[in-house]
Design a binder for this molecule. Structure first.
Ligand SMILES: C[S@@+](CC[C@H](N)C(=O)[O-])C[C@H]1O[C@@H](n2cnc3c(N)ncnc32)[C@H](O)[C@@H]1O
Length: 382
């Protein structure tokens, strides 16, 4: 039987390094976010004390949402393949070697296990090569540290081998790990690969939290959707009466369609036994399943509210991704595109914890460089 997870008593994120860097106002290191989406990664970096000075994304809705939440920086709303490193350096007034952190999350659909048919047949997707665009910026900017996130599938892809060889050739120490965000203060099971690299030795990863946050911690206090005054929480859903009836029957707090017995299954589920989680409810006292861009559709996974007869709302999904309650997502194109932005985001809390470690690393590296140069001055003056 799986070991029960210890849940957190307090909902605030805890981290051993928070005090060290979270309150500090001196010397905020600078970062750039590649493939910035709706800004989950940027938010986590800012929460860790970084100043994000530039971002790039070619999706207009992502850029619009990003700008609603993050100001005072340069955002290139264009295809990264057409963006020259020298334009970025000039636009931000930085020289090669000056940037503290280059962070980013190249599109990962191409590497996901769904795209590779559960690993059986790899699917070559041109978006996979955008990893090399990330590398183009590492070569051109030579940042002090690098953070790249992706789905676990990238870890075993040949492109990753090439990526790492290049990092080594450029003088970086690196490590990548596949980690579960639920172990880092996010109320959601989400396995992701994260690579950390540095020019002054290896960069430590954040320590795991001692307890897990749950669906209850994240969304229990919300009013029922409909008249909360929050557009992301109030959007309704249109379902056929047959589906509404099925949803009502799913047992509360973690039940699934399997609990209903063979007679109560939809015709499409009677002939196919896979995807057992679909039309499942989340459980109050466990982390949520991975929030994908399809969470508004109960046939895409365990996305039903623990007790209300509906899928989770956009606001609930954003909270389960560890966005703060007031984070804005553009609804200009409607519910489904907004859901995709939320599902594609990196959980800010997960980013924050690792970025805090990067910040400590940068500070220590700067300290030892200063000590070395003082030592050299001293020796020269003798
Ligand atoms: C996985 S999402 C990034 C999520 C983001 N880091 C966050 O935390 O919210 C990948 C992003 O890459 C963007 N993208 C895809 N192809 C691109 C390209 N050729 N140039 C620039 N951005 C691109 C997509 O629009 C999408 O927003």
């Amino acid at each position: 039987m799986p070991r029960p997870e210890k849940t957190c008593e307090k909902t605030a994120g805890e981290s051993r390094s928070e005090g060290a860097v979270g309150r500090s106002v001196e010397m905020r290191p600078i970062a750039i976010d590649l493939f910035s989406g709706c800004g989950g990664l940027t938010l986590g970096l800012k929460q860790a004390g970084f100043r994000v000075i530039g971002a790039v994304d070619n999706d207009p809705l992502s850029v619009e949402t990003y700008k609603l939440n993050h100001r005072n920086m340069v955002v290139w709303d264009q295809d990264i393949e057409t963006l020259k490193v020298r334009v970025v350096k000039r636009g931000l007034g930085i020289r090669k070697g000056e940037l503290d952190l280059l962070a980013g999350c190249p599109p990962c659909q191409g590497f996901s296990t769904m795209r590779t048919l559960n690993g059986a047949y790899p699917v070559d997707d041109p978006r996979n090569d955008l990893v090399f665009e990330f590398l183009k910026f590492v070569r051109g900017l030579l940042p002090k540290a690098v953070m790249m996130e992706n789905v676990p599938g990238l870890a075993s892809d040949g492109r990753m081998e090439y990526f790492c060889e290049e990092l080594r050739r450029l003088g970086y120490d690196y490590e990548f790990r596949v980690l579960n965000a639920a172990r880092y203060g996010v109320p959601q099971r989400r396995r992701r690969m994260i690579l950390l690299a540095g020019r002054f030795g290896s960069v430590p990863f954040a320590p795991q939290a001692e307890c897990v946050r749950t669906v209850r911690d994240a969304i229990k206090g919300l009013p029922p959707p409909g008249c909360s005054g929050d557009g992301l929480h109030d959007l309704g859903e249109a379902r056929t009466s047959r589906i509404v009836e099925l949803i009502r029957k799913i047992p509360k707090d973690g039940g699934s369609r399997e609990d209903l017995g063979p007679g109560a299954q939809l015709a499409c589920h009677q002939t196919f036994d896979g995807f057992k989680d679909v039309y499942g409810r989340m459980a109050w006292d466990a982390p949520a399943p991975t929030i994908t861009g399809g969470f508004v559709n109960p046939s895409k996974g365990r996305f039903l509210h623990p007790e209300q007869d509906r899928t989770i709302t956009l606001r609930e999904a954003a909270l389960l991704q560890s966005f703060p309650p007031k984070y804005r997502i553009s609804l200009r194109r409607g519910k489904f595109p907004a859901a995709l932005l939320i599902g594609n985001a990196l959980p800010p809390e997960f980013v924050k914890r690792h970025a805090q470690e990067v910040r400590i690393y940068l500070r220590q590296a700067a300290g030892s460089r200063v000590r070395r140069s003082r030592g050299a001055d001293h020796a020269n003056n003798r």
